[in-house]
Write a protein that binds this ligand. Structure first.
Ligand code: PMP
Length: 316
């Protein structure tokens, strides 16, 4: 396909986004009797989450295509990790960044974005991320800003297909993946990784982990459980339109997601709740696929992002 616009070189001075090393892929067995799961340590990316991949990929593509210019503005709706990653990538690329988030997000998130020089616009909590998406679209239109639109932008899944997925294929024994497991926020992770493994010829089954809210967790709009932020219900066009043959949905109670995340932290993996969700679901995927199957999952983000939450300060 011919390029849609002149391919502009990226700004090069002193940036390190270009030289992010691959994150480790390690085999983790939490319980003596349990299976070994191949875990991609995405919390080791520079802003602390796997969203550094999509932030860099979406902004650099827009830059090359001439949709973003030096000093230009980026506006995105995100309740957390993507905003933080875009704030870091924008700082490195000399861009302005505005995050639109629902009220009630933790101070850690807002302060981190501001520390990178980004702006935060808070919208009423009522409709959660849905009203943030509408507000971000309005602001981007008014300001003629670039809107990455992570919930529909195919470059989100493409980042994982051409980048994270290829890293995993080069790291896992024999380059062979039988199962890929992830919770869905935008769906970029599970869609992109599934495509990478299937295109490489792996006999791979996609598994989607769904947190089930238990006693004491809030049910906010669009999120399955307030205890597992980032994993949301039915928002993503990208995910709805993806072709995931043989998809298996795995329910995991939010209590189990949290206790598994705490167990991972005690093993020295400083992860957030969605890593616990992913690991617990991957154990079930491995049980379904059999003992010789190589099952891959992702640890998306870091525990420091959850210091003020139940993950680190359990309710008595
Ligand atoms: N875990 C966390 C902490 C997240 O923030 C997200 C995405 N918002 C996910 C998991 C899900 O990843 P994806 O958007 O690629 O489906």
């Amino acid at each position: 396909m011919p390029p849609r616009a002149p391919c502009r070189p990226l700004p090069a001075d002193g940036r390190f986004l270009q030289s992010i090393a691959p994150t480790p892929l390690v085999s983790v067995r939490l319980h003596e009797e349990g299976p070994t799961i191949w875990c991609k340590l995405e919390f080791l990316n520079p802003s602390g989450s796997t969203k550094d991949r999509i932030a860099r990929y979406m902004l650099e593509k827009a830059w090359r295509l001439g949709e973003l210019h030096p000093g230009g503005e980026v506006v995105e709706a995100s309740s957390g990790s993507t905003s933080i990653a875009l704030a870091l990538a924008s700082a490195q690329m000399g861009l302005r960044f505005t995050a639109v988030m629902p009220e009630g997000v933790t101070d850690e998130r807002v302060l981190t974005i501001r520390a990178y020089g980004g702006d935060v616009v808070l919208v009423p909590r009522g409709e959660g991320i849905r009203s943030a998406i509408a507000k971000a679209a309005e602001l981007a239109r008014e300001r003629k800003a670039f809107a990455p639109r992570q919930f529909e932008n195919p470059d989100n899944a493409e980042a994982h297909r051409v980048w994270t997925g290829q890293e995993i294929l080069s790291q896992i024994p024999g380059g062979l993946v039988h199962g890929v497991v992830s919770g869905v926020g935008t769906g970029g992770t599970v869609v992109g990784l599934y495509q990478a493994f299937a295109e490489a010829g792996c006999p791979v089954t996609p598994f989607v982990a769904k947190p089930i809210a238990g006693l004491g967790s809030d049910m906010e709009c669009c999120s399955f459980s307030s205890r597992v932020p980032g994993v949301v219900d039915g928002l993503s066009t990208l995910y709805r339109q993806a072709d995931l043959p043989g998809l298996v949905e795995l329910n995991v109670s939010d209590e189990v997601a949290m206790s598994t995340a705490r167990a991972l932290i005690r093993r020295g993996f400083p992860v957030g709740p969605s890593s616990g969700l992913n690991y617990a679901a991957a154990v079930e995927a491995s049980r379904q696929l059999g003992p010789s199957a190589q099952v891959v999952t992702v640890f998306p983000d870091r525990m420091e992002r959850y210091f003020s939450t139940e993950l680190i300060q359990p309710k008595r």
